[in-house]
Design a protein around this ligand. Structure first.
Ligand SMILES: NC(=O)c1ccc[n+]([C@@H]2O[C@H](COP(=O)([O-])OP(=O)(O)OC[C@H]3O[C@@H](n4cnc5c(N)ncnc54)[C@H](OP(=O)(O)O)[C@@H]3O)[C@@H](O)[C@H]2O)c1
Length: 317
């Protein structure tokens, strides 16, 4: 029987959880083992995790009893929710409440909650610099629901680390945010960040950082930790793209209102998010120190390193 500490990982077939599973399993002598939680243990992604050595267990994140079973015997829980599956902060809050209750019942020793800011603490609903969304209850719904949910862990007195993540550079591959050809035929990076810095990270580094946070548990329990591999302006990212792709990429600082009106699902939420990061640049970058991120995860990638490895996957339309 294994004496290793089990980390039960939500979203194990996804970006954050997947990185954590791979990180744990690649460190054979690290003293931890991965319990990969998925809705369907029979998918190719779930089977690939089992082949790597993960214990793959089915979970329904909307069902507290299912979460309790999935966390049974675990030392740690990696808690992440999936806003873009449903676009509902209410659903996210109710899921986090269940995760916190189930973690308490299972007697988990260390929860890492992948959270974000409740932006209403900076931009109250009465502040008209950006529209209120989600029936007028939120400014950045996919942030606010997570930030509001922090209380579910503190109310339960759980040993928790609040992990503030950053914009995945992988969004340039999978989220339609990569450089696009404009009417002049030139590739342009269309991001509403003005001349301010956007903290970003290689998605794989989130899991690597989380693993090291579990390994150094006592140092991080009860703390908020922000991680980022680089703070770059749109112009700096465009210059890096130009070098990596060996063709010119210009930065187009899209106005916030124009971005909000792009019309794809969640454009208004993301437009508000970028405006929040723009308007509160000092706070937002300061909460995601690169030095601290490196001290937690010494193999942290910079944007140029990430680009070098991933440039062939970026769709250039
Ligand atoms: N994109 C960014 O730049 C960024 C930055 C910071 C934070 N975030 C946040 O990251 C979160 C998503 O994390 P991610 O990017 O790691 O996810 P992801 O790569 O989209 O993967 C989601 C995984 O979650 C599982 N899942 C989805 N719905 C589920 C449910 N109802 N019950 C149980 N499992 C479910 C799916 O696994 P199965 O199909 O195997 O069940 C899927 O593989 C979002 O809330 C987002 O706001 C994103």
């Amino acid at each position: 029987m294994s004496e290793k500490k089990i980390i039960a990982i939500l979203g194990a077939t996804g970006a954050q959880g997947g990185g954590l599973v791979r990180s744990i399993l690649s460190d054979k002598s690290g003293g931890f083992t991965a319990r990969a939680l998925t809705r369907d243990v029979n998918t190719d992604k779930a089977k690939a995790l089992a082949e790597l050595g993960a214990e793959v267990v089915a979970v329904d994140i909307d069902n507290e009893e299912s979460l309790r079973k999935a966390f049974d015997g675990a030392y740690g829980v990696y808690a992440v929710t999936f806003f873009w599956e449903h676009f509902s902060p209410e659903k996210e809050k109710s899921q986090v409440q269940s995760i916190a209750k189930a973690s308490k019942d299972a007697g988990v020793k260390h929860v890492i909650w992948s959270t974000l800011e409740d932006t209403r603490n900076w931009v109250p609903l009465t502040d008209n610099r950006m529209p209120s969304l989600g029936d007028g209850k939120y400014k950045v719904p996919h942030f606010d629901g997570k930030g509001e949910s922090n209380k579910y862990f503190t109310e339960q007195n759980l040993p928790v680390t609040f992990l503030l993540t950053s914009f995945y550079w992988d969004n340039f591959i999978y989220f339609g945010m990569g450089p696009k050809k404009g009417p002049d035929g030139k590739l342009a990076l269309n991001i509403p960040m003005g001349d301010r810095k956007l903290p970003g990270i290689a998605a794989e580094d989130i899991g690597k950082s989380a693993y090291n946070i579990y390994k150094n548990g006592n140092e991080f329990i009860g703390k908020t930790v922000g991680i980022s591999g680089g703070h770059l302006t749109g112009k700096q990212m465009a210059d890096s793209f130009t070098k990596a792709l060996a063709q010119e990429v210009v930065y187009n600082a899209v106005p916030f209102d124009v971005f909000r009106s792009f019309g794809f699902p969640g454009a208004d939420d993301l437009g508000n998010m970028f405006q929040f990061k723009h308007d509160f640049e000092d706070y937002f970058c300061g909460a995601r120190s690169i030095d601290i991120s490196k001290s937690i995860n010494p193999s942290l990638q910079s944007f140029d390193q990430w680009l070098d490895e991933n440039k062939s996957k970026i769709p250039l339309e």
